[in-house]
Design a protein around this ligand. Sequence first.
Ligand code: ZN
Length: 173
Amino acid sequence: MIHFDFSDEDNPDLSPAAMSGSDESWMRRALSLGLAAAEQDEVPVGAIVVHQDRIIGSGWNQREQLKDPTAHAEMIAITQASAALESWRLIDCTLYVTLEPCPMCAGAILQARIPRVVYGARDPKAGAVDSLYRLLNDPRLNHAVQITGGVLAVECGRILTEFFEAKRKLGKK
Ligand code: ZN
C-alpha cells in the first residue's frame, strides 16, 4: 500500500512565516493541475513555476499518456519555464509541487538552479528533498535550494490516497 505522510511534526520549515498566504494560493494552482492528472488516470501530482508573481511553467504527471518515465509534473513545468525565459537557468523562480520531488526532479531543480521549492505532501517512498535524501541541500553540490515543505500537505496527500484507493477498488472488482 502506498502511504503518504501528511504529518508536519518533523518538518522544520513549517514555521508560521513559511506558511505565507501566497504560498498557499500558488499551491492551490498546483493542486488543481494534480486533479487534472487524476482525471486522465495519471498519478495526481501537479507543479507550477512562478517568476515575478506569474506562472511561466505548469505541468502534471503524464507518465502514462506520454509513455515517458521522465514526464513528472516538475520536469514538464521546468521545461516550459525554461522555454518562457529562454534560459536553462531559472533565476528568481519558485517551483510549487504537490508532492515532495523524487531524485530525478530534484536533479532537474539543481540543474535549473531554481532558488526556491515549495512542496505539499511528503513522499516517504521516493522523496529526495527531506524524506530519503536531502539532495537540494547537499554541501557537496554547487547549488542550495530554499525549501518550504508541508504547504497544503493534507489536500495534496488526499488526492493521492483517494486516487490509489479508487484504483485498488477497481482492481478488486
Ligand atoms: Zn519526479
